[in-house]
Design a binder for this molecule. Structure first.
Ligand SMILES: *Cc1c(COP(=O)(O)O)cnc(C)c1O
Length: 453
């Protein structure tokens, strides 16, 4: 097999996700062959720093001996057997572990394979919960504009990113939509004060009024944990998540928190809900759960939610959902090893140290002529590019300015994937201080190279 054949077959047979294939096929692309620590290597042996943590999921680096071993150990026993009416050892141990490390009120674990499904399941559980309790009119969900919860029809229904979601509108179910907290905060308080608690209080008035009016028809309030990631890393103003929790409790609405992006250490705590002191009723996990090694996700619930599904078989109250690979033992075993590594490698300490560096150095970017905003929540950050800072005129969508900066990063040995014209900083949690500094230096140079001074 020759390298040029691989390049040809990639373009001929492989339809890539979230990719304009016409453009992809015209360009040179990285075909990854192996990984080592925080780096990936392509088929030509070129080495790149993994600047997106393999799309936000890699935790301890690539090709980690302990994670590899967890996979091999399990493969030598059994690779898969259904969990519909049977169980397996790693899935049991992982469920117990997840209950121990997540907010204390979450005691039950429902597995799936990716974040979209974990959210889809959260929505079905919430709807079904109220149905089983006899509240048949509680069928609708509050969602936020600019939200992202995945790409299946249910998770798109609760999403709010127009460019991804608008086209599918006729296929989606109807939801209540409240404003994106960050964008609304910008509007009412300006950049300097957007994230302050005073701003939160103003935002929350509108939320509370809405819930007060409609709570009889609301099954759940669906939101990301502390930051709207896919919208361009839009953090919530201080205390917003906690205020939403208070409102949910007051008006008998289930709080459904999507920790797919924030879970497993990204914020400097194991979960954003723990950082914010929030106890949701339902929580979705994905991405980092296996350290970025295998597809696995989980939806956690309280005992109260779980118990609404209990009854005699003939009552047909049970949750009618399950996938072929639900609770896959290889994925669960590597997830267990991933969690163990947090202590062994002092991962959270490393993340916190890097968050400090990131937060200080992000301010340097504001001095650039084509950067309009910088934002972060933990070790995830966005640097937003703009054509004209004074008139706030954006670059035309078709110009792909973000992609051009990403190409300039590639020349410097870093693989990144922007969200439109927001440059995303999302390295593996194991990134070293000097690597993060190199990442930030390179991003600055690349922006200046593409956008001019
Ligand atoms: C990535 C993501 C999802 C979807 O997860 P997939 O594994 O891609 O299906 C859902 N919610 C959030 C917040 C995410 O970042």
């Amino acid at each position: 097999m020759e390298k040029k054949d691989l390049i040809k077959w990639d373009k001929e047979y492989f339809w890539h996700p979230f990719t304009q294939m016409k453009v992809y096929r015209e360009e040179d692309n990285v075909i990854v062959e192996r990984g080592e620590g925080n780096y990936i290597y392509d088929i030509f042996g070129n080495k790149y720093l993994d600047g997106v943590a393999s799309l936000w999921c890699n935790v301890h680096g690539h090709n980690h001996p302990k994670l590899n071993k967890a996979i091999c150990d399990q493969v030598s026993k059994i690779s898969h057997f259904t969990t519909l009416g049977a169980s397996n050892v790693p899935a049991i141990l992982l469920a117990k572990k997840l209950v121990e490390i997540t907010p204390k009120n979450l005691n039950k674990v429902f597995y799936s394979e990716d974040g979209s499904e974990a959210m889809e399941i959260a929505i079905k559980i919430a709807y079904h919960y109220w149905h089983n309790k006899g509240y048949k009119e509680k069928t609708k969900f509050i969602t936020l504009s600019e939200a992202y919860h995945g790409d299946t029809i249910g998770s798109v229904s609760v999403g709010g990113i127009n460019i991804f979601h608008e086209k599918y509108k006729p296929l989606l179910f109807d939801v209540y939509k409240l404003p994106s907290p960050y964008l609304k905060a910008l509007e009412i308080a300006g950049r300097e004060k957007a994230l302050e608690y005073e701003t939160t209080k103003k935002l929350v008035e509108e939320v509370e009024e809405f819930v007060f009016k409609h709570h009889q028809t609301i099954a759940g309030f669906v939101l990301e944990a502390g930051v709207q990631g896919a919208a361009g890393i839009l953090p919530f103003p201080k205390g917003y998540l906690k205020e939403v929790e208070r409102i949910c409790r007051e008006y008998n609405v289930l709080m459904i928190v999507d920790e797919v992006a924030t879970g497993f250490g990204r914020t400097g705590e194991m979960f954003a809900c723990i950082k914010e002191g929030v106890n949701p009723d339902i929580m979705a996990l994905g991405k980092g759960i296996t350290g970025g090694y295998l597809p696995l996700a989980a939806t956690l619930t309280t005992d109260e939610v779980f118990e609404a599904f209990l009854g005699e078989f003939g009552e047909a109250k049970h949750f009618y959902h399950g996938h072929t690979y639900t609770g896959n033992p290889i994925a669960c075993n590597v997830a267990l090893a991933n969690i163990d590594l947090f202590e062994e490698e002092k991962t959270l300490e490393n993340v916190r140290k890097n968050i400090d560096i990131l937060e200080k150095r992000l301010l340097e970017f504001l001095e650039l002529n084509h950067v309009i905003d910088v934002r972060n929540y933990g070790l995830m950050a966005g640097v937003e590019l703009i054509k004209d800072k004074k008139t706030k005129q954006p670059y035309p969508y078709g110009e792909r300015t973000g992609f051009k900066v990403a190409k300039a990063m590639l020349k410097r040995g870093i693989w990144v994937r922007p969200l439109g014209d927001v440059m995303v900083i999302m390295p593996p949690l194991s990134i070293k201080e000097e690597e993060l500094n190199y990442f930030l230096d390179s991003l600055k140079e690349s922006i200046m190279e593409v956008c001019g001074d």
